[in-house]
Design a protein around this ligand. Structure first.
Ligand SMILES: Cc1cc2nc3c(=O)[nH]c(=O)nc-3n(C[C@H](O)[C@H](O)[C@H](O)COP(=O)(O)OP(=O)(O)OC[C@H]3O[C@@H](n4cnc5c(N)ncnc54)[C@H](O)[C@@H]3O)c2cc1C
Length: 431
């Protein structure tokens, strides 16, 4: 079963060539003034000019920090390489940049679909291009910030007068380092986490589609459509229509499917045909994004050294049960910047501990009983009031919200999984 717009959707179709384009449009303009100093010591050095590195720098400036800050990244330009979606449950300095929002969303499995409408918390769509552009402009207006691109960071060593960082362009001395280089598959941090934790990969490819006729309903997005073929692993389609003819459509696996980009594209093509009646000649692909988000209960170390802190995915900001990371990054970076400005200790974590157990249970459920996930999730989406569900998904839930969620879950399998999760909590997890 797919989501259908109903009626003869092919009428009046314009035939369009299907092009395959990576990323979207030109790189985000990089203000030349950002590459401004040639000094070799800084108070703060941020490794990685991605979501967490840029967010931290932004929050530091907002907190009034005017000490020299250097951001290093190996990429040579800022591409429109990802879209961040999040629920609007609280202020962030980037929320106003969202291009689109939905108050209604749907969920589907083989047995049916549910559409819910929130009263308070729309789901926001933030294009990578808009985030990078906005932050770079803000940084360019601050003479204490330098951003150096095209520099591979090798490693660092703590010395008596600071942290010595080795990059492909030389050495830099830092008073304090924030490592936001993410979790690359194959890296030591990635392999260590995978070995020691309950690990559910979220592997996906998304295509920005422009159709030749009106097919999408921009009034509602599809959060999870599990009615797609499940033979290669637990999988759903995610569709974010930004107009009647435009949508970001993603093919998402919650398993180690290891699909090639071409195979993902094929599955998206099938979904577009099944759910919207769109044949390949009826749309063009104007951009693509691809990701691997590890969902894990691994406890990522926050302190990597006396003066080295991890941020972003490397700091464990991905919510284990959902893969959402953006809001957590904003929360942590805001608190961290506030602590630095006040001269106090950086916080170890800011998200609530009491949800760790539920997160661990959901994670085990996906890993151990993937076949049951679509139906259980459908019942959860149908049975929990949407605002309560959003509060749970964003770690803003009240005890009543959590009671409602637990009531909507099947008791027996979840009790068994809870016992396993509890046992690992008590024994300190795997070794
Ligand atoms: C396509 C995609 C879509 C996503 N969508 C959402 C979403 O809708 N909602 C949500 O909550 N989360 C989403 N996420 C998850 C998460 O929010 C993002 O991955 C986010 O960018 C993580 O931030 P980060 O700072 O940890 O890593 P990144 O933003 O990936 O930044 C890491 C930076 O470090 C640099 N780097 C790495 N190694 C080195 C090195 N050795 N030397 C120098 N530089 C280095 C990289 O070039 C990169 O710029 C998405 C992820 C992807 C990939």
């Amino acid at each position: 079963m797919g989501l259908s717009t109903g009626g003869d959707t092919r009428r009046g179709a314009t035939l369009l060539p299907t092009r395959q384009i990576r990323g979207r449009g030109r790189p985000v303009p990089f203000p030349a003034t950002l590459d401004r100093t040639m000094r070799d010591d800084y108070e703060f050095v941020i490794l990685g000019a991605g979501c967490s590195g840029l967010s931290l720098c932004y929050h530091l400036l907002e907190s009034g920090v005017d000490a020299p800050i250097l951001i290093l990244d190996r990429k040579t330009s800022f591409e429109d390489d990802r879209t961040w979606c999040f629920w609007d449950v609280e202020y962030t300095p980037f929320t106003h940049l969202a291009r689109k929002e939905w108050s209604s969303w749907s969920f589907a499995s083989e047995t049916g679909s549910v559409t819910q409408t929130t009263e308070h918390y729309p789901y926001k769509y933030l294009a990578g291009r808009d985030f990078y552009g906005h932050v770079l402009d803000r940084l360019a207006g601050s003479p204490n910030v330098t951003v150096r691109l095209g520099e591979e960071v090798g490693g660092y060593a703590e010395e008596s007068n600071g942290v010595r960082i080795g990059t492909s362009a030389g050495r830099v001395l830092a008073g304090c380092v924030f490592d936001g280089r993410s979790l690359s598959p194959g890296s030591i941090a990635f392999e260590e986490a995978r070995r020691r934790s309950v690990w559910v990969p979220q592997e996906f490819l998304g295509r920005h589609i422009r159709a030749g006729r009106d097919v999408f309903d921009p009034g509602r997005c599809t959060l999870m459509d599990f009615s797609v073929d499940q033979s290669r692993g637990l999988r759903f389609a995610y569709a974010l229509p930004t107009g009647e003819r435009e949508a970001l459509v993603e093919n998402v696996y919650l398993s180690e499917a290891g699909l090639s980009s071409q195979a993902h594209r094929g599955e998206i093509g099938t979904y577009l045909e099944d759910a919207y009646g769109l044949t390949p000649g009826e749309y063009e692909v104007v951009g693509e994004e691809r990701g691997y988000i590890p969902m894990t209960d691994h406890r990522f170390p926050r302190r990597l050294g006396e003066r080295v802190h991890s941020i972003g995915m490397l700091g464990g900001e991905t919510r284990p049960s959902t893969g959402y990371t953006f809001l957590r990054i904003q929360r942590y970076c805001r608190e961290l910047a506030g602590a630095i400005a006040a001269g106090s200790e950086p916080p170890a974590r800011v998200h609530p501990r009491h949800l760790d157990l539920l997160d661990g249970i959901f994670l085990r459920f996906m890993r151990e009983r993937p076949g049951e996930c679509p139906e259980v999730y459908r019942k959860m989406f149908a049975g929990v009031p949407p605002d309560a569900l959003v509060r749970f998904l964003t770690e803003r839930s009240t005890p009543l919200d959590e009671a409602r969620l637990i009531r909507a879950l099947p008791k027996k399998p979840f009790l068994v999984l809870a016992a396993g999760a509890l046992l690992e909590c008590v024994t300190g997890g795997r070794t």
